[in-house]
Design a protein around this ligand. Structure first.
Ligand SMILES: [Zn+2]
Length: 368
């Protein structure tokens, strides 16, 4: 994967490629933007280009070429995350052992099992500092990629600040974050910030059809569900996604009906999948927003779940728009309760019951 194969993010690529051409490489970058829009891929490609063997270099300056060859030993080692001059730091469990390749691959590829409880700890940062203190073994630059940089513990961050203040020579550090505002200003001010944006639905759809041979219909659905994140469109299991959405639709319908038996069983089931809850609630909010649009305008223009607009009409027709908006509020409140460690089963149960109750209140004119 070279720069020319990274889809979208033209602006970010242009800045990096220009800095390669001009030989104006910063010691530290922040790649900021939503998840799954290409930040990690771009970081690895940048690392490859900086170290790519066949490229003639004058200092940092590349001789007319500004992309990795993807074929030399250095590129291959970085592709397999097995280059001695590349360190990748990510959130870890209690132990602070250094990254094994399979750990990194898991983190750079598959689902992150236990996102919330993991942080980047001081041990990982100390190990990184030790590695950066040596000259490059075989590459031209020592590269460090810190994923989810906002999750460094205070201790780790304080230690890392020293490295940012006085980066060892021939070092390039890339901090990846989806939440730049939670990085300290002292960190941000020492880095060159490169912003990554969500892609438009149309752009993602085009890429899915052109580069990944999706059918028009599948591309259309996946692109609107991916909310600008190409990575998530590509990793989504289409059938799973449809089933998941059926569950969300059923939850909304049963809650509106006030089906108590369903509410108790389902809240119990959902609470066992605690880590999935934020995503589940986001899907509920998306479907409810779609219902507001369909109800308010009568058409499905701009609707995320366009392909199930019939089903959305089915549960929302006849409902007062204010009621649906109140439902959105309720779900959002539940989301923030869960963030503050509320009991998941209780929170979900209460949410489902209030979805029914707010309807009753609205009908008798007693809401709020
Ligand atoms: Zn190469």
């Amino acid at each position: 994967m070279s720069f020319e194969n990274i889809l979208g993010q033209e602006r970010a690529k242009k800045i990096l490629i220009n800095s390669l051409i001009k030989g104006n490489i910063s010691h530290a970058y922040i790649f900021a933007g939503p998840d799954e829009v290409g930040k990690k891929l771009t970081a690895l490609t940048f690392a490859k280009t900086l170290n790519c063997s066949p490229l003639e270099t004058y200092g940092d300056k590349l001789n007319g070429k500004e992309d990795s060859c993807d074929e030399c030993l250095s590129c291959k080692k970085i592709n397999s995350l097995n280059h001695p001059d590349l360190s990748i730091i990510r959130k870890e469990d209690e132990n602070t052992k250094t990254n094994t390749i399979s750990d990194i691959k898991r983190d750079f590829g598959d689902e992150d099992e236990d996102k919330e409880s993991r942080t980047i700890k001081i041990g990982a940062i100390r190990e990184l500092q030790r590695r950066l203190s040596f000259k490059p073994y075989e590459g031209k630059k020592k590269m460090a990629i810190i994923d989810n940089a906002e999750d460094m513990t205070t201790e780790a961050l304080n230690s890392f600040l020293k490295t940012l203040e006085e980066p060892p020579g021939e070092t390039v550090i890339i901090l990846i974050t989806s939440n730049m505002h939670s990085l300290l200003p002292t960190v941000v001010s020492r880095c060159q910030v490169i912003k990554f944006n969500p892609l438009s639905d149309e752009h993602i759809k085009e890429i899915l059809i052109k580069n990944y041979k999706f059918s028009e219909n599948d591309a259309s659905i996946l692109s609107s569900l991916s909310k600008g994140r190409l990575g998530s469109a590509l990793t989504a299991d289409y059938k799973e996604l449809c089933k998941y959405r059926e569950d969300v639709l059923k939850m909304i319908k049963s809650s509106i009906r006030g089906d108590l038996e369903y509410i108790f069983t389902e809240s119990k089931r959902l609470s066992k999948e605690k880590d999935e809850l934020p995503e589940f609630l986001d899907s509920v909010i998306d479907l409810l927003r779609d219902a507001v649009i369909i109800n308010g305008t009568g058409i499905d223009e701009g609707v995320i779940n366009k392909d199930v607009s019939d089903k959305i009409k089915e549960f929302s027709s006849g409902l007062h728009i204010q009621y649906i908006l109140n439902m959105v509020d309720t779900v959002q409140q539940t989301k923030s309760l869960l963030k503050r460690n509320a009991n998941p089963q209780l929170a979900i149960e209460t949410m489902m019951m209030s979805l029914a109750a707010s309807k009753a209140n609205l009908m008798t004119g007693g809401y709020r």
